[in-house]
Design a protein around this ligand. Structure first.
Ligand code: FAD
Length: 282
């Protein structure tokens, strides 16, 4: 395993006070692994604008590095630049810049702003202040024109000023390695960090994967389905599968891992321990 893999953890913007309190424990527990940042998602169309911002500022105030996800969504570009500048003023120095999706119902004639345009906009108005992360899709974005066109647009995000990509989750390490090779052939030389989705609930995962175009390989889908009636067995099996995936990725040269935590610390903690990631002494 490489010496200092980049580790980061992703949360969604908890809406209740109870959820926010639980996240404090989650941050405390996962901080042991010295993550580069905790990122907080931005609801489709800007639906969590205030909750995302409040949570990001709370995490930062507690002494951790927080990275808000950001998209133009249903807002104007001016509003989004104002939001980015307010993060800059608050000392936030990392962002995850996305096109996002529109929530159902908004659709109509509204045009989503592609992530490369958002990155350019942030660089134009905030200079080099932010380290900008963008999304990448080893199994290719569901709306992509083609495999190579999707990689072309990833390259445009980097040309616009992005520093690093974080991938959609996947369970086939070869999909990632082949994607990274294809990106390198297309001239992309920035880090592409695998996004890791723990396996904890078959039905939620299957529904979500169908929507976002992430593949659950047949051998895995069948076993998860069978174990879905016995959650403890599913979690044990899922930990083994995802630990192996992470080991293969790090051994094969992945620059780090970004964990989709679903706001829980226990599974990510076990995965990090299984991988032998260094633990901070208190
Ligand atoms: P883009 O990079 O704009 O790509 C979208 C599609 O358009 C692709 O098919 C691409 O090939 C094509 N394309 C790209 N640029 C252009 C262009 N200039 N002209 C024409 N075609 C183009 N969603 C949320 O709502 N909130 C979140 O917080 C969130 N966080 C995420 C974090 C990660 C790490 C990842 C991987 C995804 C996240 N998503 C989130 C989901 C993401 O918003 C969706 O996958 C969305 O459909 C695409 O966003 P993007 O930034 O990849 O878009």
């Amino acid at each position: 395993m490489m010496n200092n893999p980049h580790i980061s953890f992703e949360f969604f913007a908890a809406k209740t006070e109870e959820g926010r309190q639980k996240l404090k424990t989650t941050c405390l527990e996962l901080d042991k692994f010295s993550p580069e940042f905790f990122s907080v998602t931005y609801g489709a169309g800007g639906s969590t604008r205030d909750t995302t911002k409040d949570l990001v500022l709370d995490i930062q105030a507690d002494g951790y590095s927080a990275a808000p996800h950001l998209s133009v969504g249903g807002d104007s570009k001016t509003d989004v630049i104002q939001l980015a500048k307010s993060y800059q003023d608050a000392g936030i120095n990392k962002l995850v810049a996305l096109r996002g999706d529109l929530p159902s119902g908004i659709g109509g004639t509204k045009q989503l702003v592609h992530a490369n345009e958002l990155v350019a906009l942030i660089r134009e108005h905030c200079g080099d202040h932010f380290e900008i992360n963008v999304a990448a899709y080893p199994e290719i974005h569901p709306e992509a024109e083609s495999y190579s066109k999707d990689i072309f647009w990833l390259g445009e995000k980097f040309k616009a000023g992005a520093d690093r990509a974080i991938t959609q989750y996947f369970y086939n390490a070869q999909a990632y390695f082949r994607f990274v090779e294809a990106c390198a052939r297309a001239g992309i030389d920035k880090p592409i960090v695998p996004g890791i989705m723990p396996l904890t609930n078959f039905h939620n995962l299957a529904r979500f994967s169908d929507n976002c175009g992430a593949d659950i390989p047949r051998w895995l889908r069948w076993q998860l389905q069978e174990l879905s009636e016995t959650p403890e067995d599913l979690i044990k099996f899922g930990l083994e599968v995802v630990t192996n995936l992470c080991e293969d990725l790090l051994k094969g040269g992945a620059p780090g891992l970004h964990f989709y935590t679903m706001n829980q610390w226990q599974i990510s903690d076990t995965l990090c321990r299984n991988l032998g990631l260094p633990i901070k002494t208190p």
